[in-house]
Design a protein around this ligand. Sequence first.
Ligand SMILES: Cc1cc2nc3c(=O)[nH]c(=O)nc-3n(C[C@H](O)[C@H](O)[C@H](O)COP(=O)(O)OP(=O)(O)OC[C@H]3O[C@@H](n4cnc5c(N)ncnc54)[C@H](O)[C@@H]3O)c2cc1C
Length: 429
Amino acid sequence: MTVNVIGGGLAGSEAALQIARSGIKVNLYEMRPYKLTEAHKSGLFGEIVCSNSFGSVNLENGRGLLKNEAKALGSILLEVAEICRVPAGKAIAVDRDCFAQKVTNLIKENPFINVIREEVTEIPEGITIIATGPLTSEGLLNYLKDSLGIKDLYFYDALSPVVTFESLNLEKLFFGGRYDQPADYLNAPFTKEEYENFYNALITAERHLPHDFDKKFFEACLPVEEIALRGRDALRFGPLRPKGFSKSYYAVVQLRKENIEGTLYELVGFQTALKYSEQKRVFRLIPGLEKAEFVRFGSIHKNAYIKSSALLNEFLQLKSRPEIFFAGQISGVEGYVEAISTGLFTGINAARLFKGLNPVKMPDETMLGSLIRFIVRNSLETPQPMRANFGIIPERFFKVKKALRKKEFVKASERAIDEFKTRARITPD
Ligand SMILES: Cc1cc2nc3c(=O)[nH]c(=O)nc-3n(C[C@H](O)[C@H](O)[C@H](O)COP(=O)(O)OP(=O)(O)OC[C@H]3O[C@@H](n4cnc5c(N)ncnc54)[C@H](O)[C@@H]3O)c2cc1C
């Protein structure tokens, strides 16, 4: 007897490793490398497809607190992230190859995990976690629609380009960070004239949009040209803001290290749907990037997720078929740490179910509990995937003075996680 996990991305890898840790056998289905998604490039488990940052470590930041909770609950992928960490100020960023390779080794070497490399188009019998992510294959989406009666929802999201360090002109760029960020970033400052020139090229550049594109972007990840179209100065108040440096500039593009060696840099906030040839032409107008070599272009992609508020309970089980759990982006959460955390949570509960135990609820006084409550209880007609943030914590915390609210919630979360760990503990057979 086994538990099935479908999808070996962030949520699925964490879930499979957690179940295996409880001494239960897992069948982990992954369609790569035989069938790749629009964003993945390898057959590695835990491949991250866009930014290499897992976000802030500050506990008064939603993702920072969520990371803290997931670590306290024993997240295996976050342990790997620490091993593969690259400098990124107050954020955890990873060398993506190191990360995916180490996750893959942990899975391949685990005697409880049986890897099955195939595209799942029908849910297997038994307890199953569906963690097929935003780029779930059409075959499975059709099955979910036709056989489980789930209507898929989707919107569009976009990727930032990556350039080689050696192709950059360091006479025009400088290392440093905004405000108290350490000097891990490369900065490209603009004069007013350079900015105007870049701006005009950006808003008139040609885009490449999917045929069924209907312009439903996620506000937190808008393409750079879409922000620019909102006004001549919109970028100067957004990703190109010139604030927090010791000298004054008209606008500044930041580039963040993409790998440990520092041979690759990503343009921060430059998600884009421009044609590749246009990206080369327009982004080379950024001072210091005149000869930039692009190792990855920005792109735009579809993003599938279910309406969890109608379909799932607080354990992320399908109400109509409680042996089926959803985790990761397809469940309606957004982000790497959110995917890992929901994979961890469903992994714990799938293991409990397998052992004949009741699933355990994640307390509302935690960021993860708040996130789950939000996705399964919101009353929105068309909900958008949600990231961890302090706007979704229980209402009673809004009665606490604003200056103290986050601190109070962090304390409550630490207590609630300890208590959850005791309740969710599985005694080995
Ligand atoms: C292009 C893109 C860029 C993103 N950028 C960021 C970012 O910068 N920062 C951030 O925090 N979040 C980002 N996200 C959102 C999200 O955090 C990531 O997609 C994250 O990887 C989601 O984790 P997951 O486990 O849900 O899905 P994934 O990590 O995508 O894993 C799903 C896995 O399921 C497999 N699969 C799909 N269908 C099947 C099937 N039928 N049978 C078998 N296997 C299947 C896929 O091959 C994949 O390995 C991005 C999403 C996309 C698509």
